[in-house]
Design a protein around this ligand. Sequence first.
Ligand SMILES: [Fe+2]
Ligand SMILES: [Fe+2]
Length: 268
Amino acid sequence: MLTGRVAAERRFLYALRADVAASGEPLGDVDAEIGALLLEPVEGRGPSWHLSTDGERWQVREYVAHRSLYHLKEADPQAWVIPRLDGPAKAALVTVEHDEYGAGDPDRMHARLFADMMRVLDLDDRYGAYLDAAPAETLAEVNLMSLCGLHRALRGALVGQFAAVELTSSPGSDRLVRAMRRLRLPEAAVEFYAEHVEADAVHEQLVRRGVIAPLLAAEPALARDVVFGIRASGFLADRFGDRLLARWTRGRPSLLHPLPDAPRQVPG
Ligand SMILES: [Fe+2]
Ligand SMILES: [Fe+2]
């Protein structure tokens, strides 16, 4: 079992490093990388942009089913990095994680809010219910977190991945709130993304100033890994988004086993 996992991790990481290297820019300038993340385009691409303007109800449900592979265990893979950090970086990361876990209120745990949303959208909220329906593009994003969380040597990459999510989540969540309201979905479905519009605006600051700055002050050699984590996260997010949009623009479902309200697969 472990031998198999090690072999899979090596292949995955090797391919990911090659894909990130293909972007051409040298790894290392964390400030420039974060600056690029914070530049919100006037008109972007990706599922949340599409859903906010033209998305249909079945597409929102598909998106949520894909994302359930992560959000139903939200913040768990990042919790693995806690013992691999020290001092101020550890304290700040735990502060963010505390929020992700509901700040002491189990009903406010982000994973719980996601499950609540799934039920309102008539989706199965058991963990892994959509595992067999998820394409590789969906699983790769989740695997990146688990892989980096499980290895001390990849702690810089995990922090980069966490930063990429926290720094870009707020505007993306806002678009999903707008998508759901535009489609007149029940207000109870909006809660998860509405929470992230506000929470991640705060988490953005905490991760930048509280986690990354002291981490790199103590261990400057981790800068390359932090940038790798940011870029790998962005690369996989784009690939996931591209798959969904490629299917949706042809009127096709993006899950391998379509939901009942998705259009029927047309051969070819
Ligand atoms: Fe969250
Ligand atoms: Fe967050």
